[in-house]
Design a protein around this ligand. Sequence first.
Ligand code: MTE
Ligand code: MO
Length: 376
Amino acid sequence: SWEYVKKEKSPDMIHVLQFPYNGEPPRDRLVKTEITPNKDHFVRNHGGIPEIDAGEYYFDVEGLVNDPKRITLKELQDESIFPRMSKVVTLQCSGTRRIEQINEYPGDGDELINAPWGEGAIGTARYTGVSLKKVIKYCGGLKEGGKHCEFFGADTYFKKGNVYNYVVSVPYRKAKIHEVMLAWEMNGEPLPRIHGYPLRVVVFGYIGARSCKWLYKINVIEEPSLAPVQMKEYIYYSPQMGKHNVTYSNGFSIQTMPVSSAIMTPVNHQQIVHDGKIKLTGWAFSGSGWPERVEVSGDGGSIWYEVPFEQVSKKYYHAWRVWEYEMPVDAEGWLEFCVRTWDNALNTQPTFVRSAWNWDLHVTSSCHRVKIYSVN
Ligand code: MTE
Ligand code: MO
């Protein structure tokens, strides 16, 4: 499948892990466009990349629904049965910028699970499909007690001597407000195989992990899924958890992505020869709304400048904004640039990586900092 990956993705993807394949695009290119081209969209896999024949494809809806059904892709795409939805959505892996936490202290360090991502495990695409709520309705609605939707992915992965399917769940209340889509199209093209062909889940604003690829079953249940990915992997551990005492119940399940942002250019330790101005570019995102204001600093966070509105892309619910800023710089030598974002609910980012370090190294949402060497 390595040959296949090279064909499907841009040749200069940064290969965070080769097997299972995990990759992110080059920093400068990612924020050049609001919609990430499919070839540049990051890929996060726990295991293999299944090859599924769309013509034969169906998925099952079972558990706590009144009328469990098997639904083919053809039926799902039949507009006389299901109205379509199409939306620009940012998917962000909860491991984005994990490398900064690793540099602080490596924590769990399970390579297969905790890939050492940079700032590029985020991407934005227009997805087309059907709202999960419509599918549940088509299956007669929920039975008494049905509260969570469990998604089964056809890929398999190995952990501690066992083989698992990729299984996660989301609360039904998320589907109820049409924020869960079953999508077969990404930026006007059939979903690429590496992104879940022929059908994946897209959960708006939640960590990427809940957006199950290669979907083959939906099971409606009373409690969150007991599958290892749901129970053990995307946990935000309490600060006193470490190697000696870690238990899965001492943390909570990470769902909504908090507000965060990153500087994509210049890059850390870059020497920049300039005549009084240095251009910064980056992204800003909030899983619970939208990034309202982006601020940058040239002195490590003492004085902040608001990125002017015209220089920030438009705001959409559940989508990032890409931004740029011309920073006036007189000083020579080492400078620390940083960015922070306020979302529409006035949430902002922790100040330092160490302010929010956690055992499983998830959600590095602290102010992003890059040190550059200025030659004026
Ligand atoms: N779905 C399946 N079946 N298998 C996986 O390994 N990885 C999840 C999610 N869905 C995964 C999956 C994680 S952790 C993320 S961040 C997103 O897919 C990444 O989606 P992408 O590869 O399309 O960018
Ligand atoms: Mo992820």
